[in-house]
Design a protein around this ligand. Structure first.
Ligand SMILES: Cc1ncc(COP(=O)(O)O)c(C=O)c1O
Length: 410
């Protein structure tokens, strides 16, 4: 079912083929309406002033949090911290939780397929407090090597596992429920990076039971500058602060602050209220899609599977990832012609390919997608080109992509 007409940017630009949703998604009219409605009728500070419009704004933000809690399966709204995106969510775990609860010599285990947002904070933390960062690698099918993961966990010094739910390069769908259970078996806490899963497949943190789950609102049809950090109630008493200042404080003397409980403790300063109201509307939009998130997942998977099959027909193309099946979300396909087996590899550099597709109004991402360790230390490639999908894409979009690539390489 094509839903392009519900997305004003796509309806207003019918010649644009948007295949960059892994970076940020387009937004439906109802999300834009929710934001505008807030500014037209209810724009006031939240959690502070006591006049009726400010109370209404506070109530609207509370309702948005309740909607998001339901959307990800969180039982407690205090578990839902509003952030600006996955980057802020992972950094919050690093600097508000890990900095306070880990010590020199403690191991943090991440994977080579992670986005920089799930690697660099752990590198900085290692510099700051002496934690040790280690990686799990991929097997030949672009799947996480769970034997390596268990071997590393079984040593007993891993205190935190940081793993992506879906890879932004290979679309690998990691068995996070199994990984969470494995981390817990060996006494480690676990953060899941859900940037590429939330809004594409059903997420139930109550069932998965991670310590932390990070996601990007702006990749799940919500406004720019919105994200979520789920914090499990078992971690509430351990978590410190990230940014400090107004609103997150219950009392301050000239020498000492006292903090409010979660989620306010991690939401210092004036918030992106209209953004989170828009985000709640995005959650409603996805839930109202036929069959809800199961329907969304089914549709996106059908597009990704089709894209993989069609792209695979192009001579000398290298497709990255396990390919369609249970271990692949199929929400994106990354490919390159710049690999050793391609005869004219230099001619079709990924950046040039991305630019040339752009000239034909086909919006893809080229480069290393903020996953340099994966490219340099696992795939041995200089980069790739990525077509990524959301609910508004169609098979015709993919046909146009394939035809355009054929024209460029010939
Ligand atoms: C897997 C993954 N993690 C983290 C991020 C960063 O997300 P944000 O831009 O919302 O901070 C991205 C963005 O592409 C991603 O794909």
């Amino acid at each position: 079912m094509s839903t392009k007409k519900s997305f004003p940017l796509l309806a207003n630009n019918p010649d644009t083929i948007y295949l960059d949703s892994a970076a940020t998604s387009q937004k439906p009219q109802s999300v834009l309406n929710a934001e505008l409605e807030h500014y037209l009728n209810c724009n006031a500070p939240t959690g502070r002033s006591l006049y009726p419009m400010a109370n209404a704004a506070t109530e609207a933000l509370n309702q948005a949090r309740e909607e998001i809690a339901r959307f990800i399966g969180a039982e407690n709204t205090a578990s839902v911290v509003f952030t600006s995106g996955t980057t802020m969510s992972t950094n919050t775990v690093a600097f508000a939780w890990a900095r306070k609860n880990l010590k020199a010599g403690d191991k943090i285990l991440t994977t080579i397929m992670e986005h920089h947002a799930n690697i660099v904070p752990w590198q900085i933390l290692s510099e700051d407090i002496g934690t040790i960062l280690d990686f799990v690698h991929l097997d030949n099918n672009a799947l996480l090597d769970l034997t390596e993961m268990e071997n590393k966990l079984s040593v007993g010094d891993v205190k935190l596992v940081c793993v992506g739910h879906v890879s932004s390069v290979t679309a690998t769908l990691n068995p996070v429920k199994k990984i969470i259970a494995l981390a817990k078996k060996y006494g480690a806490k676990i953060l899941v990076d859900g940037a590429q899963s939330t809004g594409h497949i059903p997420i139930d943190v109550n069932d998965l039971n991670p310590d932390f789950y990070a996601c990007s609102g702006h990749k799940m049809l919500g406004p720019m500058g919105t994200g979520i950090l789920f914090v499990h109630p078992d971690r509430f008493n351990e978590i410190g602060t990230m940014f400090t200042g107004g609103d997150m404080i219950s009392k301050v003397t000239p020498t000492e602050p006292w903090f409010k409980p979660l989620p306010t403790k991690l939401e210092a300063g004036t918030q992106n209220v209209s953004g989170f109201i828009g985000l709640a509307e995005a959650a409603r939009w996805l839930n109202n899609y036929p069959d809800g998130l199961i329907g969304v997942e089914r549709y996106i998977k059908s597009l990704g599977t089709y894209a993989w099959q069609e792209l695979a027909q192009i001579p000398n193309i290298l497709l990255l990832g396990p390919g369609p099946g249970d271990s692949c979300s199929s929400s994106l396909v990354s490919f390159t012609f710049n690999h050793p087996a391609c005869p004219n590899r230099k001619k079709i550099d990924d950046m040039i390919l991305g630019e040339k597709l752009g000239e034909q109004n086909i919006c893809v991402r080229s480069g290393i997608f903020c996953t340099e360790p994966l490219f340099s230390h696992q795939l041995n490639l200089k980069g790739a080109t990525r077509a990524s999908f959301h609910i508004y894409n169609t098979k015709e979009d993919i046909d146009q992509l394939v035809q355009a690539i054929q024209k460029i390489i010939n």
